[in-house]
Design a protein around this ligand. Structure first.
Ligand code: ZN
Length: 147
């Protein structure tokens, strides 16, 4: 058994198999961070994850993985708010303290920068969280109802 920082894999000859009970696909290992940041399928690393800019596709065109499990929820927005907010507010404060720029210049600079950075980061973080969700088998909590 070999482990990576994000997922556990089971070695089977020269190929690796994801240790998920319901997923029996035999595929080479995919780096979830790379696949997520590039918007690729979390199982094969080849097919597109997004059908639009932020819309998740129905399934992988390469391996057929159904993306119905993919639900990043509010996670990407939280990370974007924290990360981009820290960067933009830090830059705005630094500029205000060092140059005492007029208010209109702050609006002209920081609002478009915030929009552009947020949209770019939102796609990256959404892809990353969904691939990590797949690799770690993260899902909503369910009650174990035994009959
Ligand atoms: Zn795939």
């Amino acid at each position: 058994m070999q482990s990576c920082p994000f997922v556990f894999w089971v070695r089977s000859d020269d190929t690796m198999r994801l240790a998920m009970s319901e997923d029996k696909a035999v595929l080479p290992p995919v780096d979830p961070v790379r696949a997520g940041l590039t918007g690729r399928c979390p199982r094969c690393g080849e097919g597109r994850l997004f059908s639009g800019f932020l819309t998740i596709g129905k399934h992988c065109a390469n391996c057929g993985l159904d993306y119905e499990f993919a639900d990043a929820g509010d996670g990407p927005a939280v990370f974007v708010i924290l990360i981009i907010g820290f960067i933009v507010v830090g830059l705005a404060l630094w500029m205000e303290v060092t140059t005492q720029a007029p208010l209109w210049l702050h609006f002209v600079l920081w609002i478009p920068l915030t929009v552009v950075l947020s949209l770019g980061a939102l796609r990256l973080i959404k892809g990353l969280l969904i691939t990590l969700q797949y690799c770690n088998k993260a899902a909503e909590g369910r009650l174990d109802v035994r009959k």
